[in-house]
Design a protein around this ligand. Structure first.
Ligand SMILES: NC(=O)c1ccc[n+]([C@@H]2O[C@H](COP(=O)([O-])OP(=O)(O)OC[C@H]3O[C@@H](n4cnc5c(N)ncnc54)[C@H](OP(=O)(O)O)[C@@H]3O)[C@@H](O)[C@H]2O)c1
Length: 242
């Protein structure tokens, strides 16, 4: 049953793996129209195209890719019911060998520059694709609240994205709602050690690896809800009360 995309598509950045891929499969199962970006071409892209998903390649470290993506959204995608800014890289900057300039630039491009320019340039597409309203959703992180001593640029750039939630919510009300989803651990990465997993699980009173479905549930809630804008949904297992 198509619920959200009768007028415009749902546009999801960085959705060819993990959380984004799960959410897009859930949307496609329900017959919704989905457009995604991916950076690395993997076999899953051809499978998604066969399912009817529009897949656009873009590396947000390259300014020309962001500009080209925006032109493609206007030229060949058209009206949008929602934009979900999910693309992310979790670069560590604790090591002195790291090129800190490159790390900060990459974090700013993917978490701030791309969402900033896409939001500014896709307002009309959202107005055309809205039903009662349209949505922009920023996927941020629990570290926005706490900071991080080994992912400083990551935390700062996600905090910038979090701040843009409120600025765009003001600018785009009442027809476009803008909200954030702020998760802590959702899924471990391959290669995470048992010691790391145990330490991370212990950070929240709920103490589980919830998987990507909790993000989909938050997404559904925001898309359905008429009265929430400029806010964030925190999905962190209660880390703040630990
Ligand atoms: N997973 C967790 O436990 C967790 C915890 C807290 C917050 N979050 C947030 O939740 C969201 C989803 O998490 P996730 O683990 O599924 O994300 P992810 O797999 O780390 O990243 C999603 C996608 O972003 C793409 N990407 C990275 N840099 C890019 C760039 N410069 N230009 C374009 N695309 C780029 C990647 O493409 P390539 O694969 O081609 O590099 C990747 O497929 C993210 O915003 C993340 O920050 C996740």
């Amino acid at each position: 049953m198509v619920k959200w995309t009768t007028n415009g598509a749902i546009f999801f950045t960085g959705a060819a793996q993990r959380v984004g891929l799960h959410c897009l499969h859930r949307l496609v199962e329900q017959g919704e129209r989905v457009v995604i970006t991916y950076r690395t071409h993997r076999p899953v892209i051809d499978e998604l195209r066969a399912l009817g998903v529009t897949c656009i390649q873009a590396d947000f470290n390259r300014q020309q890719d962001i500009d080209h993506l925006i032109r493609q959204l206007h030229g060949s995608v058209g009206p949008l019911r929602a934009i979900v800014h999910n693309a992310s890289a979790w670069l560590r900057d604790v090591n002195t060998q790291v090129d800190h300039v490159s790390v900060m630039q990459a974090m700013m491009q993917v978490h701030m520059m791309a969402p900033y320019l896409i939001n500014l340039n896709c307002r009309e597409l959202l107005l055309d694709g809205r039903q009662a309203w349209a949505d922009i959703i920023h996927v941020t992180d629990y570290v926005v609240e706490k900071g991080s001593d080994n992912h400083i640029a990551y935390a700062a750039s996600k905090a910038g994205l979090d701040n843009m939630t409120r600025s765009f919510a003001k600018r785009y009300a009442p027809h476009i709602k803008v909200n954030a989803i702020a998760p802590s651990l959702l899924m471990f990465n391959e290669g995470d050690t048992e010691e790391y997993r145990a330490r991370t699980l212990h950070k929240s009173p709920i103490g589980i690896e919830p998987g990507p479905e909790v993000v989909y549930q938050a997404l559904e809630f925001i898309l359905d809800n008429a009265y929430m804008t400029g806010r964030e949904l925190k999905l962190d297992g209660g880390r703040h009360i630990r």
